[in-house]
Structure formats: C-alpha cells, structure tokens
Design a protein around this ligand. Structure first.
Ligand code: FES
Length: 242
C-alpha cells in the first residue's frame, strides 16, 4: 500500500527515527574541540545589540576600504561578513569587540550578527591569539606522509615560541605537496621535521617561509605534468624536487 500524506512525518516528534538520539554528543578529537567554546550558553545578561553609529565609530581608512570593496562584490552586504571580519582580524590580530563594532559600523550590521558568523568559523578568534597561524594538515594523505609527526614537532616548538598558534587541520586541499602546512596563509610542503624549525626561524626573521617549498612558487605541483607536456612521461622524480 502506498503512503499517504498523513503517513509521512514532516517535523517534530514524528520525524524522529526510533532509537536515534536527536541530540547526539559531538565527536571530539584526541587533541580537543576544533572550536573552543562553540557550545557555550548564550550570555542573556548582554544588552540587545544595536548597529554601531558610523558617526561615533572610528574605522581605519584601510579597513574601511577593504570592507567596502568586499561589500561591493555581493548583492547582499551580509555576504561580505567573512571577508570583512578577516580584514579586521588581520589588522588587529583577533576579532576584538572594537574590531567587530568597526565592521558593524561600516556594514550596518549588529555586532551580534557578526559575532554569530565569527563564532561559527574556527579560523576567527574571539579572544587574543598567538600571532602566527600554523595549520598542519593531519588528514589522510598528509598523515600517511608524516603529518602527525610534523604536527607534534610544531607543538613542541610552540612550547618555546608562544607566538605560534599551532592547530591540526583537515585536508587543506594541497595533498600533492603533503605533508604540508599553511603558515600565516602560505602553503608549504612537502615538509620534513627539520623544516618546522626553519619555518619558525623564518617567521621570527620576518622572512618568507621556506620559499623553495611554497606552493605559489611551483610552476606545477606535479613535475610529470610538465614532462608530459614536453612529450615524455617517463619520470621517477620526487615532487619535492619540482
Ligand atoms: S590530506 Fe593534507 S592537504 Fe589533503
């Protein structure tokens, strides 16, 4: 017999599957939650948010320009919330209440709206964080190539270098240079354990990190592609030599 409309649960209790917990525990990794505080209760003592008054909120010219450029790219200005928050975080090091007020003043959005966006994504910091972001990929390809050991090496270095914000990350989309890391947004790989220390030295020197291993400096991540294009696909060379 075919189902009728009245047989089909559409919402609420009727849509639950028997025996399945509708509020399951979020799985955690051994190294902790990816978004500390993601499940903190809402602070009901805070006053209702209002859009910051542009006349009373001073915004650095460069930040204002970046936010307005981002807003100009979308039909709905709210779509620019992520690039606007990113610009503020780059300027101040984190999404401080003042930074969020400034973004809100330019975008004419409430700080509550912007905080809800920033708190969803773990690459936005709502409290002060170390200066340099080192995201080490520990997903399957990088893990098989030594990504976990690399992550451990950076954790060790972070003990002596409190300006390092070391996180393990899921696939960063650069598996062909694994094991790899994103260092302040610069993709580098394939990395050795010794490279970790060199990266820290480069960061402290204010120099480009491992220029020879930056993804952006590769003509092609797969050296065989260039050889195939040249008419020969016989190669056993290591991608690290590309
Ligand atoms: S698994 Fe590391 S970049 Fe894809």
């Amino acid at each position: 017999m075919s189902a009728t409309h009245s047989d089909i649960p559409v919402s609420g209790e009727g849509s639950r599957i028997a025996g399945v917990d509708p509020h399951p525990q979020v799985p955690r990794f051994g190294h902790g939650s990816r978004v500390p505080g993601w499940d903190d209760a809402v602070d009901l003592t805070k006053p209702p948010a209002t859009v910051p008054d542009p006349a009373l909120t001073e915004v650095p010219d460069e930040l204002r320009r970046e936010i307005e450029d981002a807003m100009a790219r979308y039909p709905d200005r709210r779509s620019a919330a992520i690039p606007a928050l990113r610009a503020a975080q780059q300027l101040y090091g984190w999404c401080s209440p003042e930074a969020i007020d400034q973004v809100g003043a330019v975008m004419q959005l409430t700080p509550a709206y912007l905080t809800s966006v920033a708190s969803f994504y773990d690459m936005f910091a709502l409290s002060p964080k170390p200066e340099h972001d080192v995201y080490v990929c520990t997903n399957i390809t990088c893990s098989l190539l030594g990504g976990d050991e690399l992550h451990e090496a950076f954790i060790e270095l972070a003990h002596e270098n409190p300006d390092l914000n070391v996180c393990s990350f899921e696939c960063l989309g650069a598996c062909d240079i694994g094991p790899m890391a994103s260092v302040d947004g610069e993709y580098v790989g394939p990395l050795t354990i010794d490279d970790a220390r060199q990266i820290v030295e480069d960061l402290h020197a204010g120099a480009p990190v491992l220029p020879a291993k930056q993804l952006r400096s590769r003509r092609c991540a797969d050296p065989r592609a260039e050889q195939r294009a040249a008419g020969s696909d016989e190669t056993t060379s290591d991608p690290a030599d590309a």
